[in-house]
Design a protein around this ligand. Structure first.
Ligand SMILES: [Zn+2]
Length: 423
């Protein structure tokens, strides 16, 4: 390992001094030896492209990433590979594996917010419901925007409320039947005249609706909605939360057969007012793929009782601890195609100054042009990284979190091994 490190470092010096890599560097295609900011690189020789590629030496002090977030990222690489192995023909199969055609090289960057290293310039699947890596990036993006919306709303003097809408579900129901029924019932509710009148009187101005799907061996899929309601400062009109269950029951009855109406009236809707409810909503949005430290903890538990989130299902597939997990995940992937898991009510984003919503792919690529570029990896080198499987891709960014030299050495090692195997 030692010889590999020193070999890589001397390669850095040679490439940069000899000028052989300059053309590649100008295009952003720095060679394996071209990790920017490598300690041994003589400063004078890197200034030629330093201005274009923003070496991290010029950026603000490095943020130390949280250990929980690092573990979670590693687990996502692994679980994405698990998902890929059970979803033939799905877009996830190419996710974060191939360079975007409009770029010259795969980059390793370091987030100025979390301190975590990540890959940029790769194609992403953008299927946040199915792909752990895209899901986490999308959830992180959404959480940031929802937090902003809550802050703005607080400044306006308004108050949020968390509402949850559930439906009875049975093991025999297909997810492709009960998700559309749930969404249709909610659409029906919000279009219902009595509901609208009540909502207006209570000061309900905007909503963010998110769909969550869990699975249990006993009762099958459990799709449900978490709705964050934004109430104006005039909230207080009695009757809104009290009337919701009866209105919800009536809408559900239009779409599915309800055998136990009392159960729906008692448990079908919850209503929680206040900013602590807003915080709870935020944690739910991040929960699907478990952001940061919550993740590792949640995954270890593999679901409380008999309720598994998508990420927990993938853990079961990996560990072979729930016989039907793979089939259930495949059904979930198929049924979630084309669904909007998060929806802002009309006019809300503009009113709160959030601008147009990004596409799922844009959210999933997670790139911030202000982040420091630690390395540019050529297509040839990237092929070697890819050949190392998820373990290699995960390890490379883990090393880059703290030590570009170590990451560089590892990259050189991967390239060497790739050529050894190839010849
Ligand atoms: Zn993806």
């Amino acid at each position: 390992m030692n010889s590999s490190i020193s070999g890589a470092n001397s390669g850095t010096t040679q490439t940069l001094m000899g000028g052989g890599g300059t053309e590649a560097a100008r295009r952003g295609g720095v060679s394996a030896a071209g990790f920017i900011g490598a300690a041994e690189a003589p400063l004078g020789t890197i200034t030629g492209f330093a201005a274009e590629t923003a070496p991290f030496a010029l950026t603000s002090p490095q943020i130390v990433p949280e250990e929980g977030a690092r573990l979670a990222r590693a687990e996502r690489f692994e679980l994405q590979a698990v998902a890929r192995s059970i979803l033939p023909g799905h877009r996830i199969r190419g996710c974060l594996l191939y360079r975007r055609p409009d770029t010259y090289s795969v980059e390793v960057r370091r987030s100025g917010v979390s301190g975590l290293a990540y890959y940029a310039n790769l194609q992403v699947c953008g299927r946040g419901a199915v792909c752990p890596l895209c899901g986490a990036r999308i959830a992180e993006h959404n959480r940031g925007e929802i937090q902003t919306a809550l802050d703005v709303w607080r400044a306006f003097g308004g108050v949020p409320a968390l509402m949850t809408f559930t439906m009875p579900h049975y093991r025999s129901q297909a997810l492709s039947d009960n998700v559309p029924a749930l969404l249709a019932a909610y659409r029906g509710l919000t279009g219902n005249g009595s509901y609208r009148k009540l909502a207006r009187a209570a000061g309900l101005t905007y909503t963010i609706r998110s769909l969550e799907v869990t699975y249990g061996s006993r009762n099958g899929f459990h799709p449900h909605l978490h709705v964050l309601g934004f109430f104006g400062s005039g909230y207080g009109a009695a009757g809104f939360p009290e009337r919701l269950p009866i209105l919800w029951l009536a809408e559900l009855q239009r779409h599915i057969e309800i055998t136990n109406a009392d159960h729906v009236l008692e448990r079908g809707v919850t209503f929680q007012l206040g900013f602590s409810a807003g915080a709870e909503y935020l944690s739910k949005v991040g929960r699907a793929w478990g952001l940061a430290e919550e993740v590792a903890k949640a995954n270890r538990k593999k679901g409380r009782g008999d309720h598994y989130s998508p990420v927990q299902l993938l853990c079961h597939v990996r560990d072979n601890t729930l016989p039907e997990a793979a089939v259930v995940y495949q059904e979930y992937a198929e049924a979630s195609r084309g669904l909007h898991f998060l929806q802002w009510s009309r006019g809300m984003r503009a009113a709160l100054g959030l601008g147009e919503e990004k596409s799922e792919e844009e959210k999933a690529d997670g790139e911030d042009q202000r982040d420091a570029v630690l390395a540019s990896i050529t297509s040839e080198e990237w092929r070697a990284v890819r050949a190392g499987g998820w373990q290699a891709r995960s390890r490379l960014v883990e090393l880059a979190d703290f030590d570009e030299d170590a990451a560089l050495a590892y990259l050189a090692h991967l390239v060497k091994r790739f050529h050894q195997i190839a010849t």
